[in-house]
Design a protein around this ligand. Structure first.
Ligand code: ATP
Ligand code: MG
Length: 476
């Protein structure tokens, strides 16, 4: 079936049901160009098809373990069910011994929010309506295929080209097919955009995505993030309490219909949220171009993006700082530990040969700047074991209790921040949580660990802390 976008896109696509090619290699058919992004699974590169010269994107999944291979194949399988103009399209897949390459259409415009803050981009309520409508059209199709995306956030909404208002949803890495008879519980996503049921480790549903759309819409119209706290822990607590409001200052220019739309998505009870088709029928989305053309603030949106970038690039800055300490004479503005301005450390700088050379120079095994310390806590309370690690590239972190690896569950949260801070938070402590905890970190250049003892004292009248209302009580 041939399907363009009613003349909207630069290239009409043949929707393809792809089978994984195990005979040829991606490199037989494509030339690998620059890196476009990185994720937990591996890397994304720009590709050029040798036969046609066309530009594509290649998602390179590491598949050394059967679990990694299954996850990659699952994404390919789901992509075969997702043929819609508002969703990134898959074109081919190649499996070799150690990696799977998923070839996707190349979406050239970059993140929607980055485009919005460009000087020549109009940012008003009517343009925002256009974006939200497109997101909903894409997600309505995804939901009709019984799939939930589970990672809707600004980063995964990209523009077709630099000056286009047409967007596509990317990244089906966390997406799941739902079967009404099998409840699916997940504990992943990005804290700021996670729905309360995800944090409570309760079954997810199609309206789990609708919550995230509510958060995206809130940020789109105000530049403020409704649940963002000073730490991931605080953000999760704000979400669990479904504590949010329309700030008078940031929403002064926003219409009542828009606020009503957001209110109908940011409902703690997932059954009360609008499903995608009802959301598309909401009066706010029926408004025409003429109504309300006041410009919305780009300044707050810029700050939001700078914060996100700062969290991500923290490590690169840290590494550059370290390099400057070692011997190099880098200029102050780069080494100064301030948040980067918009555009700083952009792709072009990362692709700069000098920058790449510097990165090579600073590769080093991990070491602890601050190790774990012993802790004593009362049954029923919460504790946070924390350490600070330095290493380049980013070390992988594993936590163990009494030599057994720990996994996240509603009561137990594992965090690693871009700035090297690693933490293990345990809520509603029980006597069995006492023991010897180890934080083990490694990258290609070495491995180190530090440990601490957690003592849990019996509480006289155990009081459970408030914030994790609804959180399950499964023990790790
Ligand atoms: P995960 O699947 O683990 O959530 P991820 O978020 O890192 O991983 P993607 O969002 O698919 O994975 O890709 C990472 C980045 O690569 C994107 O944020 C985007 O910048 C770039 N990218 C991915 N797909 C494309 C594409 N089709 N065209 C252009 N750039 C892309
Ligand atoms: Mg992504």
């Amino acid at each position: 079936m041939s399907q363009g976008e009613g003349g909207r896109s630069q290239e009409a696509f043949e929707y393809r049901d792809i089978t994984i090619n195990t005979v040829e290699k991606a490199s037989d058919l494509y030339i690998q160009l620059e890196k476009l992004g990185a994720g937990k699974f591996g890397m994304v590169y720009k590709l050029q098809e040798k036969a046609t010269g066309k530009i594509r994107a290649g998602k390179y999944f590491r598949t050394r373990t059967s679990k990694e291979r299954e996850a990659a194949c699952k994404e390919v399988e789901l992509m075969n069910l997702l043929h819609h103009p508002r969703l990134v399209q898959s074109l081919a897949a190649f499996q070799s011994q150690t990696e799977l390459v998923l070839v996707l259409e190349y979406i050239a415009g970059g993140e929607l929010f980055e485009r919005i803050v460009d000087d020549d981009f109009e940012h008003t309520e009517p343009t925002s309506i256009q974006y939200v409508r497109q997101i909903l059209e894409g997600i309505q199709y995804v939901h009709r295929q019984s799939i939930v995306h589970l990672d809707l956030k600004p980063e995964n909404l990209v523009c077709i080209s630099k000056n286009s208002h047409w967007i596509k949803i990317i990244d089906f890495g966390l997406a799941r097919k739902l079967d009404p008879d099998t409840p699916v519980k997940v504990i992943h996503g990005t804290p700021e955009f996670m729905a309360p049921e995800v944090i409570a480790f309760e079954p997810v549903g199609f309206t789990t995505d609708m919550w995230s759309i509510g958060v995206i819409c809130y940020i789109l119209l105000s530049g403020d993030s409704p649940f963002q706290g000073d730490s991931d822990m605080e953000t999760l607590q704000n979400i669990t309490a479904a504590q949010w409001e329309f700030e008078e200052e940031t929403f002064s220019e926003v219409s009542q219909e828009a606020k009503d739309f957001i209110s109908q998505l940011l409902q703690k009870d997932s059954r009360c949220r609008l499903p995608s088709d009802q959301a598309l029928a909401h009066p706010w989305l029926q408004k025409t171009e003429q109504s309300g053309t006041k410009a919305l603030s780009k300044e707050r949106m810029r700050r939001f993006l700078a914060c996100q970038k700062w969290q991500k690039t923290g490590n690169v800055l840290l590494a550059l700082k370290r390099l400057s300490r070692l011997s190099c004479k880098l200029d102050d503005p780069v080494t100064a530990p301030s948040a980067p301005e918009k555009g700083e450390l952009c792709h072009s700088q990362e692709e700069d040969p000098v920058f790449i050379f510097l990165q090579q120079q600073i590769k080093h095994g991990p070491s602890f700047l601050e190790p774990l310390t012993d802790q004593v806590a009362v049954e029923g309370s919460s504790i946070c074991l924390q350490c600070h690690v330095e290493g380049f590239p980013d070390p992988e972190v594993t936590w163990l209790r009494n030599d057994a690896p720990l996994q996240e569950c509603p009561r137990l949260r594992i965090d690693s921040k871009g700035n090297g801070s690693c933490s293990l938070t345990i809520m509603m402590l029980s006597m069995e949580d006492a023991g010897h905890y180890v934080c083990r970190v490694s990258n290609g250049h070495g491995a180190v660990e530090c440990s601490a003892r957690l003592t849990v004292e019996r509480g006289s009248n155990t009081q459970t802390p408030k914030p994790e209302e609804g959180a399950g009580t499964d023990k790790p």
